[in-house]
Design a protein around this ligand. Structure first.
Ligand code: SF4
Ligand code: SF4
Length: 74
């Protein structure tokens, strides 16, 4: 049974520190191309499928920007 996850980013709270990108074992987080949030920071997005919902990114984020959801695939 595979576990599929996804990440919801509160874009305007992200300060672009990149800690979550480094912490992701699946390498599915990156900065949005040429875009900034309301504070002028580059922000993080989920770039591809493959998130397992491990929560590493949410744990390391200093500003609690990321919320993880998981679902079980039969
Ligand atoms: S929950 Fe885990 S696999 Fe998914 S984006 Fe965050 S660190 Fe990567
Ligand atoms: S760790 Fe948090 S504040 Fe830093 S880039 Fe990731 S989502 Fe943004």
């Amino acid at each position: 049974m595979a576990i599929e996850g996804t990440v919801v980013v509160e874009i305007d709270r992200c300060k672009g520190c990149g800690l979550c990108i480094e912490a992701c074992p699946q390498h599915v987080l990156d900065f949005a191309d040429s875009k900034v949030n309301i504070k002028g920071y580059r922000y993080v997005v989920l770039t591809s499928a493959g998130c397992t919902g491990c929560t590493n990114c949410a744990i390391v984020c200093p500003d609690r920007v990321l919320t993880i959801y998981r679902k079980k695939e039969a």
